[in-house]
Write a protein that binds this ligand. Structure first.
Ligand code: HEM
Length: 132
C-alpha cells in the first residue's frame, strides 16, 4: 500500500455544506459572541463586517475548504488583546453551541473544536509572556 493514499473523504468544509454554510456558521456564531457580556467589549471598536469576512476565510481554510486565509496570523491579531484562557473557552463554547445547529456528526463537531483549540496559545496572552 502506498504511504500516501488518495482519499475521497469529504472535508469538514464539505460536510458542513460549503461556502454558504460557513458564512451562516460565522454569522450565527458572532450573534452569540456579541450577546455575551464578557466577550462583547472586545469587539466594540472592531469592524464586524471585516471580521466576519476574515473569519469566513479562516474557517473555510481551517476546515479544508478551497480558500486561502489572507488575514493576519492569529497570534498577531490577538496578542495585544489580553485574552484569558477563560475567555478563549467561552468563545469556543459558543462555537460548540453554534455547531449544534448544523447537521454534523458528533466526531465532526469535536474535530472542528479541536482545530480551534490548536490556536489556544496564539490567542491567549498569558501563554505568550508578552503582557503582564
Ligand atoms: C480559536 C479562537 C479564535 C480564532 C480562530 C480567531 C480568529 C480571528 C481572525 C481570523 C481574526 C481576523 C484577523 C485579521 O483581521 O487579519 C480575528 C480578529 C479578532 N479576534 Fe479573534 N479568534 C479567536 C479567538 C478570539 C477571542 C477569544 C477573542 C476575544 C475575547 C477574539 C477577538 C478578536 C478581535 C477583537 C479581533 C479584531 C482585532 C483587530 O482587528 O485588531 N478572538 N480573530
Amino acid at each position: 500500500m502506498p504511504v500516501t493514499e488518495q482519499t475521497t473523504e469529504a472535508t469538514l468544509f464539505d460536510k458542513l455544506g460549503g461556502a454558504d454554510a460557513v458564512a451562516s456558521l460565522v454569522d450565527r456564531f458572532y450573534e452569540r459572541v456579541l450577546k455575551d457580556p464578557e466577550l462583547e467589549p472586545y469587539f466594540r471598536n472592531v469592524s464586524t463586517e471585516k471580521l466576519r469576512t476574515m473569519q469566513r476565510e479562516f474557517f473555510s481554510a481551517a476546515l479544508g475548504g478551497p480558500v486561502e486565509y489572507a488575514g493576519r496570523p492569529i497570534l498577531h491579531a490577538h496578542h495585544d488583546l489580553r485574552i484569558t484562557l477563560a475567555l478563549f473557552q467561552r468563545f469556543v463554547r459558543h462555537m460548540f453551541d453554534t455547531l449544534a445547529e448544523f447537521n454534523l456528526s458528533e466526531p465532526d463537531v469535536y474535530d472542528i473544536i479541536s482545530r480551534l483549540n490548536m490556536y489556544t496559545n496564539d490567542v491567549v496572552s498569558a501563554g505568550l509572556g508578552l503582557v503582564g
